[in-house]
Design a protein around this ligand. Structure first.
Ligand SMILES: N[C@@H](CCC(=O)N[C@@H](CS)C(=O)NCC(=O)O)C(=O)O
Length: 207
């Protein structure tokens, strides 16, 4: 059994999609970040950084094991189950590279786009809107080029796709039309149709 501490955000959904894809049993502990649940002593004992997602693997070798950071959670669950994270050296590092691209590029920049576009106050800060929208659009272009002639970001469906998908899922918040990047749109539609993804994006509930 795995304890999942999460909320219905892009980072949270990476973990719930992966748990669903791997068919693992898990207990959801909703952490309502809008109400400050991430700052309670109980949650800080799980993640001293006060961010979701976090997991505690109750069945880990050597006793319960806590993993924070969505990218690390995907790697941990990939290794635990042998799914979506190749073992062969070159394939593994290709997945790691694109996972890091998501963690260091897509997540932080798309997150800022959401911040600036979804608040009337922040929208007035045109410097912020333009800076992060420009970088988001560049990243969409990179993904579109990467997906030319490919079904997935790496050879097979992997934790790189699982990490990136929930950020693209917010395309309406980003005020973009995915048709602008046809390879991204094709990739997005195919992943969105997966039953485990359909389930994973409902956990714990839409914010
Ligand atoms: N690098 C972290 C980022 C996690 C993160 O920013 N989580 C957000 C929700 S998507 C959060 O917990 N925000 C609460 C807060 O900032 O107080 C990860 O990938 O797990």
């Amino acid at each position: 059994m795995i304890d999942l501490y999460t909320w219905g955000t892009s980072n949270g959904r990476k973990a719930s999609i992966m748990l669903e894809e791997c068919g693992l049993d898990y207990t959801v502990h909703p952490i309502h970040i809008g109400q400050g649940d991430q700052f309670t002593p109980e949650f800080i004992a799980v993640n001293p950084n006060s961010k979701i997602p976090a997991i505690v693997d109750q069945d880990a070798d050597g006793g319960p094991y806590t993993v924070i950071e969505s990218g690390a959670i995907l790697m941990y669950l990939g290794d635990k189950t042998g799914n979506f994270f190749p073992v062969e050296h070159r394939k593994r590092y290709e997945v790691i590279q694109w996972l890091m691209w998501q963690m260091g590029g897509v997540g932080p920049n798309f997150g800022q786009v959401h911040h600036f576009l979804r608040s009337e106050e922040a929208r007035k800060v045109t410097y912020g809107v333009e800076r992060y929208t420009k970088e988001m659009r560049r990243l969409y272009g990179v993904l579109n080029t990467r997906l030319e002639g490919r079904d997935f970001i790496c050879d097979d469906y992997s934790i790189a796709d699982i990490a990136t998908f929930p950020w693209v899922l917010r395309y309406e918040w980003q005020e973009v039309d995915l048709a602008e990047w046809p390879n991204v749109k094709r990739w997005f539609d195919s992943i969105h149709a997966r039953p485990a993804v359909q389930k994973g994006i409902t956990i714990p509930s839409a914010p």
